[in-house]
Ligand binder design. Structure first.
Ligand code: CP
Length: 337
């Protein structure tokens, strides 16, 4: 359920209305402008304290959030769970409340259990919580940066400025998500974000890698992957989540690659202008061929780049209070730290 343009916590894409999603994308566009300057730091969140608390591995999300917070001049603390009191048996609730007691304004949490960030948001009195990926549930900042990257690429294809294009670029567009959908938190956030913006989403995977119950998912399932590829405007490729048991769902990797991997032959089926995304980390030669990963139509590096601006927008909108008009944000962002 939508809680308005920006909720107190960001646990799920479902916390945002369609207008809220567009607002994040538009504010991110302003921060992308800041990133293109020689001086990339702005004083917007000076005095705020942000903590990253990752109970699972991460390269992109953690560094991206920390970079975003530092570019906004927030103080950034990073809890290393491996050397924390969690190892002595401290509960998640006590850990969260201990962090909050230090005066942290916002806690960015990754956890292997679906629902852990939601629980954390209920245990804090003042500190806000951002879900940086929880179990099989959601990865909202990834879903938002994927939409931002696709929108930007389409805007460039149309030779028009991305700012002000709103959600309309997504209307009627076909997004095909392929891979380990059963275990993917990125898939859930992408489905919610893309459909809220007006795109139609199709899933393609072996039956064993589809979610057990799709009744409430606003998606269709591809009967024929090769045919669905030919209709797609965006192909979102997902990694097999071996750490969540995907190995038991496919007979062997070679068979998965030959039936659902994005190979060079399958790239030839894409229509002109179609885009490929991957949230990373990629396993080259399994869900995506190495050549496809390096193809200019594959936006994986652009996604990582855009992640900083999108996460700056998320932190700004959560921590800097009421909405400012995009123009005002541009002026605000214009002041160097
Ligand atoms: N896409 C993503 O969440 O990557 P990391 O696991 O490296 O953060």
């Amino acid at each position: 359920m939508s809680l308005g343009p920006m909720p107190q916590h960001l646990v799920s894409i479902g916390d945002l209305s369609a207008e809220g999603i567009v607002e994040v994308l538009e504010v991110a566009e302003s921060f992308a402008e800041v990133e293109r300057r020689a001086m990339k730091k702005v004083p917007t969140l000076k005095g705020k304290v942000v903590a990253t608390v990752f109970f699972e591995e991460s390269t992109r999300t953690r560094l991206s959030f920390e970079t975003a917070a530092k570019r906004l001049s927030a103080d950034v603390l990073s809890l290393s769970v491996a050397s924390s009191s969690v190892k002595k048996g401290e509960s998640l609730r006590d850990t969260v409340q201990t962090i909050e007691a230090m005066g942290i304004d916002l806690l960015i949490m990754r956890h292997g259990s679906s629902g852990a960030p939601l629980q954390a948001s209920r245990w804090t009195e003042h500190a806000q919580v951002v879900n940086a990926g929880d179990g099989w549930h959601e990865h909202p900042s990834q879903g938002l940066l994927d939409c931002f990257t696709v929108r930007q690429a389409w805007a460039e294809q149309r030779s028009m400025a991305a700012a002000g294009t709103g959600a309309t670029l997504f209307e009627g567009k076909q997004v095909l998500i392929v891979g380990d959908l059963a275990h993917s938190r990125v898939a859930r956030s992408e489905v919610l974000a893309y459909t809220a913006l007006g795109a139609e989403v199709t899933l393609a995977a072996p039956r064993t890698l589809l979610p057990a119950n799709l009744d409430h998912w606003p998606v269709q399932v591809a009967e024929d992957f090769e045919e669905a590829l030919g209709r797609a405007d965006v192909v979102s490729v997902l990694r097999l989540q071996a750490e969540r048991g995907s190995g038991e769902c496919v007979p062997n990797l070679r068979e998965f690659t030959s039936t659902f991997g994005l190979t060079e032959e399958r790239m030839d089926r894409l229509k002109p202008g179609a885009l490929v995304t991957h949230p990373g980390p990629m396993v080259r030669g399994v869900e995506i061929s190495s050549r496809v990963a390096d193809d200019p139509r594959c936006l994986v590096t652009t996604q990582v780049h855009n992640g900083v601006a999108v996460r700056m927008a998320i932190l700004y909108l959560l921590l800097a209070g009421p909405r400012l008009e995009a123009a005002a944000i541009g002026q605000f962002a214009g002041a160097a730290a």
